[in-house]
Design a protein around this ligand. Structure first.
Ligand code: BGN
Length: 300
């Protein structure tokens, strides 16, 4: 693929490379005339623990060349069997291309081994607006849902790398917190109601609680508010076994915590009906289809 050469210089600003001109994404059309069997419940390709390789100096070119098979804007599905779940991986993003490279290099083979029908979405916010993770997760849910009938939405920080592929990226009949044991927290749950890092919810679960709050600008609290939403709606939070749900966290500077987050959490359930996915207004500034992910930048 000669286009891949151009990728090298795009680490800081990948706009425009691999534009949506890739029209041969036949994987995307689910109208497969040949009936293929359902994939096994447990994929035969799982290997268990696989320590993530954190090579920040890896070249984009190498990442793209390695996963040349993922050509359709970050979407892939098994060719020999029908995946059991269609999964959208929603990654809130701001200017962390170094981490993104390492993340993609790790997560694509991880998801492939699980025989999922999946696609990766990176959702970014206008640079002039304070980062707002909950809002970006809501946008990721809404935008990905417009193009495919996903069974499962996985909200995923870019700096978390799953260490064990028995940690299945699927949804259950209750919302699931997946990043249970993170190395930064000595592989222990920091507190029992934590819902941040990596979590999985179905469309119905998300709509039932009206998604995340859009009010948490800056670092922290949007996941605690989501926990309250789940509780408020009498849902049960599920957690995977902590020996399987282990993650490596990439190092980064701690963002500035939002001083208003405590008050927002306290008053969150007064706003739950009107603050969420149902009446979120935003505008798409950019949408770029890259081979390993789809990038969407929005403003509000
Ligand atoms: C918590 C944050 C979460 C974050 C975790 C892990 C708050 C709200 C005040 C209680 N919550 O402290 O948003 O996911 O740390 O980093 O700051």
């Amino acid at each position: 693929m000669p286009q891949q050469k151009t990728m090298l210089s795009y680490e800081e600003s990948p706009d425009g490379v691999f534009d949506s001109s890739q029209s041969n994404c036949s994987l995307w059309n689910s109208s497969n005339p040949v009936k293929i069997p359902l994939c096994p419940i447990i994929s035969p390709f799982l290997v268990g623990v696989k320590t993530p390789v954190v090579d920040l100096s890896i070249e984009w070119e190498d990442v793209f060349a390695k996963y040349d098979v993922v050509r359709c804007n970050g979407h892939l599905k098994p060719s020999s069997c029908q995946a059991r779940q269609k999964v959208a991986l929603i990654v809130p993003f701001r200017d962390r291309y170094g981490h993104l490279k390492v993340f993609l290099n790790h997560i694509h083979p991880f998801l492939m081994r699980q025989q999922l029908d999946y696609k990766i979405y990176l959702i970014d916010l206008d640079d002039d607006i304070l980062f707002n993770k909950g809002l970006l997760l809501n946008v990721g849910f809404l935008e990905s849902g417009k193009e495919y009938d996903y069974d499962c939405y996985i909200f995923h920080d870019v700096d978390l790398l799953p260490e064990n592929d028995h940690n299945l990226y699927r949804c259950s009949d209750q919302p699931r917190h997946m990043s249970v044991a993170v190395d930064k927290f000595n592989y222990k749950l920091p507190y029992v109601s934590i819902f941040g890092g990596v979590s999985a919810m179905t469309k119905d679960q998300i709509l039932f609680v009206n998604g995340f709050s859009n009010q948490f600008s800056g670092w922290g609290g949007e996941d605690d508010d989501m926990f309250n939403r789940l509780k408020f709606h009498n849902m049960t939070l599920m957690r995977s076994m902590d020996d399987v749900s282990t993650y490596k966290m990439l190092k980064h500077k701690q963002s500035h915590p939002n001083p208003k987050r405590f008050k927002l959490i306290k008053t969150g359930m007064e706003r739950v009906k009107q603050d969420g996915v149902k009446n979120l207004q935003y505008e798409i500034l950019k949408r770029n289809e890259f081979p390993l992910y789809t990038y969407i930048k929005i403003t509000i």
